[in-house]
Each structure stands twice: as structure tokens, then as C-alpha cells.
Design a protein around this ligand. Sequence first.
Ligand code: COA
Length: 562
Amino acid sequence: MDAYSSSDSNHGSVPRTRLFGRERPMHSVLGRKVADVLLWRDTRVSATILFGSAAIWFLFYFGEYNFVTLSCNIFITTVLVIFIWSTGAEFFKGGRVSLISKLRSRAVQQPSLGNSAHCLQVHNSSDLELHSQLKEFIPEQQKRLKKLKSEHGKVQLGNITVDMVVGGMRGMTGLLCETSLLDPEEGIRFRGLSIPECQKLLPAAKPGGEPLPEGILWLLLTGKVPSKEQVDSLSKELRNRATIPDHVYQTINALPVNAHPMTQFATGVMALQVQSEFQKAYDQKVIHKSKYWEPTFEDSLNLIAQIPVVAAYVYRRMYKNGRVIPMDDSLDYAGNFAHMLGFDSPDMLELMRLYVTIHSDHEGGNVSAHIGHIVASALSDPYLSFAAALNGLAGPLHGLANQEVLLWIKSLVEECGENVTKENLEDYVWKTLSGGKLIPGFGHGVLRKTDPRYTCLREFALKHLPDDPLFKLVSDLYEVVPPILLELGKVKNPWPNVEAHSGVLLNHYGLTEARYYPVLFGVSRAIGICSQLIWDRALGLPIERPKSVTMEWLQNYCKKPA
Ligand SMILES: CC(C)(COP(=O)(O)OP(=O)(O)OC[C@H]1O[C@@H](n2cnc3c(N)ncnc32)[C@H](O)[C@@H]1OP(=O)(O)O)[C@@H](O)C(=O)NCCC(=O)NCCS
């Protein structure tokens, strides 16, 4: 599958666009530009040409011509054109030109999609807008859900046992999540694509490089593999949305500087909430429920754009005396995040791209995604929902595990030295377990094999830092820990998860502050959680309210004859 090939083989490699009811090949850049202007796809150019020509005609009509008036007219027209050009992009941004957007979205025809990712070619400039792509896709999926409910609403998906009720709902299918699906044996698939497939298909910053997280965001939302052009356009859009109101920094500053980074980060997210478009629209009673997804989309994109800046602020405040590094407009989302943290080596930028991509989504039932979903099901906006999700992510069984892994490995080195034998390792693992503690980075609630996210981080390490002593230790632990966990007889998955590996890579490139690691996870997880929230609203999913029962109820129920 080629990410840039046409979805329609008849089209060959010539880009095509719809113009005046027919699809036509666009052989030149100028041709595409003209079509864009005629169909008002490039708003700024169209508006500038329209107003510019109107001004010239007006002056011709009413002007009394001599050299002075003609020069004045030309001067005024030029100023007018420059003004419209420079302000046009801002003015026409967002949903303020709904009629124009409608015209534009009608001009683009995308193939209908299932749940797996499709590949497409850029046809015209509105293909570059995530919002219009989503707007095309949503009605199809709404119809699909309606049909599913009416045709199969009463089909049983399994039986609920007492073990499931008292055992954290393990194995109980109870949530709808469109963005990704976790297979216990194979691991995560994002809209049908495995991690190696994403690495191959999603656009990268450089040829053969790691996928750009903007690509996974596009994929999760639209079900399509984006082109490099689309990803670059989304990068730019995210940079444009990344301005942080001052009160956010002041709110974080009110906390002690040594407060846990997750506390500072979640506080920053809560402070961002005051700008929620969803809350504004809901409070002003100006929005129909069928349109809830639109301000949810706005909030989500703003949130995704802003949180690396907030996260970097927390890092610089805590560990670098508050010396903040501004965003670099030439960099992509994850590259910029690494840069704002203070890491500019090309390999660290690549690691950050991979890290943010693979941590983004893990279907709907994990703690953070589930919390985000349930809070949003009460129509809380994305900021409130994501802040709640972050608080779940801050738990050691979930997102904090990456902090725990590095601290555990470092204390192992402190106790046993750098040249640890396998026997030393076994002793240390047993000592941890007999102290009533967990082995961080191993086990999983759903997965039953080695996490493919672990595998891809291992491949990154083999390529970039094969001789790092902590990487060698992680490789040894891969051999030592699973047999011991199996020996316990109760651990359902003895294999490593992603967090067993992420810390040593970050540590290698100088990001050594383990307490900060869950924040990185949080930045990445915003992409998946916000994509899920947008789809929750697009599909009109109801408030989540499962039934709970008491032990007495369960005992009485079990005594009843079958
Ligand atoms: C991820 C995790 C929370 C899944 O929990 P789970 O679904 O309850 O896992 P299991 O069903 O296999 O647990 C069965 C038992 O094995 C134990 N167990 C599971 N993983 C373990 C580990 N890594 N170390 C020690 N014991 C472990 C559980 O605590 C449980 O013990 P209990 O019955 O005495 O309470 C668990 O494996 C864990 O705590 N791992 C370490 C933390 C971690 O890496 N989290 C990141 C996950 S991406």
C-alpha cells in the first residue's frame, strides 16, 4: 500500500480536482490555483482578488482621471489588497465562512471508508483541512451506527460473570471506540494499521524517518493515511493554535516548584479550560446537539496544540530554572516539543516523533481514555475531560509506570553496579516481588504478548544506541523477568509493555528526570483521547451509566435457580 497513490487507479499519477461538476486532471500548479480561486477553495487568494478587482472597478467608474487621481487610486487599491491579503487568513479561519466551507467541502469527493485506513492523494487545497475531511466522513459513520443499532441492537456480545464485575470489568466488552483496536496477541492497530505499518505509511520529517504525530492524529480522526502535504498543513495549523494565555503560567506558578510534574501539567490543562469553545457554545444555547462535535473539534485541536507548550513550561520551570525556550516555527509538533524542552539533537527529535505517535491511543478501555470518555459523556468539554484523564494517567499502574521503570532500573544499578550478572538481576527481581512490589513495565490488562510498542522502541535503540549500558540492562530484563512472573502463577501477561523501554531511551538523550516521563505520555495521549471525544460527540454517544450492585445483591442473585 502506498500512502501517496491515488485511491482510484484510473486516475494514474496526475492530480485531479472537481471543477464545474466534472473531475479534471490538473496538469499545472497554475491550473490548480485557478480552480481553487474559482471555487473559493483558497479563501485568501479568492477574497483578495474579489475585493481588489471590486476596488479597481469602483475607482474606474467614479474616478475623474488625471495623473494625481490615478496614482492615488492605484496606491489605495494596493493598500487595500495588502490589507485583505494579510488579514484574510485570520478573518476567514474557523467556522466563520460556513457557506464557503460548504461549497468547498462539496467540491471534494473522498471514497467512503470502513474502519481501516485508506490511502489518498491530495486533490486540492481543501484536502489539506482536517476539519473538512472530518465533516465529509462523519455523516457516513452516523448512518453506519444508526443501521448497526436498528439491525443488530439486540445481539448478545457475551455473558457477564461475577469475576468480571468484581475484577475491573476484564474481558467485558462495553465500550465503542472507533480510533483504535487492541488485539491481545498482536497489540494495537490504529484505524486498522499496526505500528510497523504506521511507521511505513505515515509521513515522516525525513525520508525513512519516524512517523510524525500529526499523521496519527489525521489517521485517528479521518481513517485515512494523510499525505506529507496534509501533515505539513496540520503542523502549521497546530503551531497557529499554540498561544497560551498568561493566566495559565500564573496558575502553574502558584504551585510549589517541586509539585509532581503531572500535578502541574493537569493544573495547566484546567487553566486552559476557560477558553473552551464547547462550553461557550453550550452556555449561550446557540448550538444544536447534532453540531456538538464542531466546538469539540475546535477545543481538541487547541488543546493538542497548546499542551506541549504547557508541558515544556513545567519541565523548564522544574529543572532548568524557568528558562523557557520559545517554539521554532520551522519544526513539526513533536520536534518542537523536544526543542522547547531543550533537546535539539536530530535523534532526540526522531525519538520524540516515535514516542508521541505510539503512545497516542490504545483503544477505549484503558484508564485515561475511559475516564476521558466517561467525563465527556456528561457533556463536559475536552479540557475538563482530558484533565480528568491525566489524573488517571498519573497512577503508577498506568502512565506513571514509565517513571517507576527508570527509577527501579537506576536503583538496581545503584545496588548491584553497572556490570550486573543475570543472577544479580534475578535476585533483584525476587527481592522486589517479595517486598510486595510490582515489577514496573511488565504485564498488561489486555495484551498477552510483548507489547509491539516495546518492540519498536527496542528497534529504535538497536539502531541508535546499541551500546548504551541501560539499554543492555533492559534487554537482559526481557530475558530474566517473564519466567519469574510466570513462576508466580497468577500474572496473566509476564511480557514487557511499552514503559519497560521508553525511559532508557529518553535517559540516553539527556532527559533524565524520570518524574517528568508521565507528562510526555500525557502530551501524546491527548491525540488519542481528543480524537475519541470528537467521535463520541459526532456519533451522539449518550451519557455513560453502567449499573452497579452490592455483594449482597450478587450473593442473592447467585443463589437463584438458573
Ligand atoms: C498492568 C497491570 C496493572 C495489569 O494488571 P492486571 O490486569 O490486574 O494483571 P493480572 O490480571 O495479570 O494480575 C494478576 C496478578 O498478578 C500481579 N501482577 C501483574 N503484573 C505484575 C507485575 N508486573 N509485577 C508483579 N505482579 C504483577 C497483579 O498485581 C495481580 O496480583 P494479585 O492477584 O495479588 O492482585 C499489571 O500488570 C501491573 O501492575 N504491571 C506493572 C505496572 C505497569 O507496568 N503498568 C503499565 C501498564 S501499560
